[in-house]
Design a protein around this ligand. Structure first.
Ligand code: ADP
Ligand code: MG
Length: 591
């Protein structure tokens, strides 16, 4: 397959707009060194990537030490704000301001310090006099480099590409991020990939663990019904492809990296996350003198390059040159540009064609050939890549469920299969955190310990002691239904009332939820930019490591980490998620 040999060094000119090329040609001499975002142009070999991030970390250490003398007393230089949450709390809550006439936030920025706090995890501070300029430069950069989403105020922005575009929400500068957490999360990625796969093979475990949930949650029931049909048919997936993302927060009280959740379906933001790290590098490079920061300490993001590689390699394993990758999408998708980064990479770098279809369209246009090949309007499908199908809203009628069953019955590679999808449910996450359950799936004791170390407290509502504690101190818990996509969890007074109601009813509905320890990451002030305006707020962050797992029968072809997503949100918010409208894209400045 010749197109698979296309080098990662191929120029990125395919993927950037002509205006930008013109800009680059005219102003090339002003840019030293020239650096253009192309998420497909990252290191192909993950080990190279690791080496480069390590080099970046070292570069930062020496840069910060050497810059230290000039930082003290300099009016222009602001570096990392202090860790003190108390100090951050004194900030007044912010309001959106137009960029041009913006007033700068009230809290005085804190001067840079070269003192080494290896566990520091905070937003890099922005010198107040630089804010307007940085925001404007960033907005221009986003527009010229596809760091965009559909504008919800434009009626067609979720339906037609190129209509009603808006920059994606972002934090103005990256977050300082201790290497120790970064390395821990990278090491966990292949373990979680393998864990997902092994759990997915244990159909009885999935069915039994979700049996009570199934009785009270119709969405989980429908997924489980498809899963049991596949078990009855003894359906075997020869080629398994998982594009995962394990999300974490740093717990401020214990300094521990704790897992929020493990996503196995529609892991999004792989495209835009690549863009924001390049945006931050670009801003820091252009203002290196004023900021006193090393742009190479912003960790480059390989998510698109590696996810495209995983999809292309899976496509090659399927071994049908005329087959396409079917991207399952929602009928209205304002996040389509994030998805286009990967489909364009597949086309430009590997010559693999993708088609986008909703579940309803798949039902109308799809069929199975006698040999199990899924065809859409007569075109064979090698991979079904779900960027929808994770929420009840994606199944408004029986047609969508028929489509899901059709896909599952086919020989196409499912990303994910129904079993992989179910492994990502909150209930399975909670079950895996129980004593001796990981041991069923992982053999190596140190792997088991490493995985367990990142588990937060997770409980079923059968645990009376925990339910009592949650009713007493709801602020210390999160109540989670079996849902994905953000905006579904229950917090605070609602959590208490829900638990009291469930207890009074004595209903089985308790099985629809799990309880989780609330994680409180360290908070620090940051400038957040949305819809062309910025806000200065006190923020916390959640970071995710993408993974890829490709297996053909007994042969594991890929099992690796694949770049990252850092999301930052106001500390006062409960929920997170960029698509859900709570969080802002951010990047990692390794310390
Ligand atoms: P979803 O599948 O909807 O993304 P998550 O479990 O990721 O569900 O929860 C959504 C958001 O809620 C997260 O992005 C995070 O901001 C917040 N959240 C979830 N669990 C916790 C927790 N244990 N502690 C603090 N915040 C949490
Ligand atoms: Mg989540």
């Amino acid at each position: 397959m010749p197109s698979m040999c296309t080098s990662y060094m191929c120029p990125f000119s395919h993927l950037i707009c002509p205006h930008f090329l013109l800009y680059m040609t005219c102003f090339r001499s002003l840019l030293t060194p020239v650096e253009v975002w192309n998420p497909t142009n990252q290191a192909r070999n993950p080990h190279d990537h690791r080496r480069s991030t390590m080099a970046a970390a070292n570069a930062f250490t020496s840069a910060s030490m050497s810059c230290a003398p000039s930082l003290s007393g300099s009016v222009n230089v602001i570096a990392v704000c202090p860790r003190s949450v108390a100090a951050a709390r004194t900030l007044s809550s912010s309001c959106l301001r137009p960029v041009r006439c913006a007033a700068v936030g009230t809290a005085a920025p804190v001067a840079a310090t070269a003192e080494g706090d290896e566990r520091r995890f905070e937003q890099l501070a922005v010198p107040p006099e630089l804010v307007d300029e940085l925001v404007e430069e960033a907005l221009v950069w986003c527009s010229q480099h596809g760091l965009v989403v559909g504008d919800k105020n434009h009626p067609r922005s979720g339906k037609a590409p190129g209509v009603g575009l808006l920059h994606a929400p972002f934090a103005l500068l990256p977050m300082s991020f201790p290497k120790v957490y970064w390395e821990q999360a990278l090491e966990l990625a292949p373990l979680f990939n393998e864990l997902v796969h092994r759990v997915s093979l244990d159909g009885d475990f999935l069915q039994q663990t979700l049996a009570r949930t199934k009785e009270v949650d119709p969405f989980t029931r429908r997924l489980l019904d498809i899963h049991s049909k596949m078990m009855e048919l003894n359906k075997k997936e020869d080629i398994q492809l998982g594009l995962t993302r394990s999300d974490y927060m740093i717990d401020g009280a214990t300094d521990k990296l704790l897992q929020v959740e493990l996503n196995t379906i529609s892991t999004s933001s792989n495209g835009l996350a690549c863009g924001v790290s390049e945006l931050h590098r670009n801003l820091i490079r252009h203002h290196q003198r004023e900021l006193g920061l090393d742009p190479t300490s912003v960790v480059g993001n390989t998510a698109i390059a590696q996810h495209a590689e995983a999809l292309a390699t899976a496509w090659a394993e399927y071994n049908n040159q005329s087959a396409v990758v079917l991207v399952v999408v929602q009928a209205e998708e304002r996040y389509m540009y994030d998805q286009y980064w990967i489909t364009v990479a597949l086309r430009e770098m590997y010559g693999v064609t993708t088609i986008r279809k909703t579940m309803a369209e798949i039902e109308a246009e799809g069929d199975l050939r006698p040999d199990g090949t899924l065809v859409i309007n007569g075109r064979p499908v090698a991979i079904v890549y779900f960027r929808a199908g994770y929420s009840p809203a994606d199944y408004p009628s029986e047609a969508e469920w028929r489509a899901r069953l059709l896909i599952e019955r086919s020989s196409a590679i499912k990303c994910p299969s129904i079993a992989h999808h179910l492994v990502g449910t909150k209930k399975i996450q909670q079950e895996l955190a129980k004593e001796n359950v990981l041991e069923r799936f992982l053999d190596n004791q140190s792997d088991i310990e490493n995985v367990r170390k990142c588990f937060a407290g997770l409980w079923s509502l059968e645990n009376d002691i925990i339910v009592n504690s949650a009713i007493e101190s709801p602020e210390l818990f999160v109540l989670k239904p079996q849902r994905e996509g953000g905006g579904n969890n229950i917090y605070g007074d609602n959590l208490r009332e829900t638990l009291i109601r469930l207890r009074k009813d004595g209903s089985n509905e308790t099985a629809a939820y799990i309880l989780m320890q609330r994680i409180f990451p360290p908070a620090s002030p940051s400038y957040l930019v949305r819809e062309g305006t910025f806000v200065r707020d006190n923020v916390v962050s959640e970071f995710g490591i993408f993974g890829a797992y490709l297996r053909n029968n007994d042969k594991v072809i890929i099992n690796d980490q694949c770049g990252y997503l850092l999301r930052t949100k106001a500390a006062s918010l409960n929920e997170g998620g960029v698509v859900a409208g709570y969080a802002f894209l951010n990047s990692i400045f390794l310390t």
